[in-house]
Design a protein around this ligand. Sequence first.
Ligand code: CA
Length: 243
Amino acid sequence: MSGAAVRASVLVVEDDPGTGRFLTDTLSGGNYRSVRVVDGRSALDVLGQGHFDLVILDLGLPDIDGMELLRTIREWDQMPLILVVSARGQEADKVAALRAGADDYLAKPFGTQELLARVEARLRRQEPDPIEVTLDLGDLRIELGANQILLRGTPVRLTPMEKGVLQDLMRHRGRVRSHREILNAVWGPGFTSEHAYVRTIVQRLRAKLEPEPEDPEWILTVPGVGYLFQSSPRLPRAGQPPR
Ligand code: CA
């Protein structure tokens, strides 16, 4: 490693020796600290012992199913970014991984530059939001500056990308944000056609925040365009008592 400062810590979960070495060499060349493990159990052990900013996760592991491991990591308190690398390159596989909590998905094979670009794009979005916004929406209280989201007084844990999308929608609340605008703001340039990323993160946010995720009150879909964060209480519909 050169004398440059280490930029972030990355856990590589990959059983294939060749791919594993490629990943750790590439990361070390980009001045990232990386630790590699070859199965799911070791990944959980290592994650339990120290802090990692990013996990690069191969879905095909010898012991635990990669999707299962993804869900387990997402249930924990620590919220590393998760970049899935998989030989399965179908859209359905990507969406399934995003639904389970992945922040990004890279189909094998990929090159050094592509990997580093993805890692950098993910970590660059981690700088704290300088905008202090507090929104009190009755059941839901969002304090972005203090990094706190409370649903009926109980803190809600959001993954980094969930937080990014929520911040973007809140910053433009009351206005429609297109998939492309959200992708550009949260994932960065080069992701603007990845509409599935936005859709799945919005589904995850609704499941965590909305009283009725299927009939959202705050994060509304604008068909054919994108999403809108509505910060004023919705009028009760006919035949429904006001809440
Ligand atoms: Ca594998």
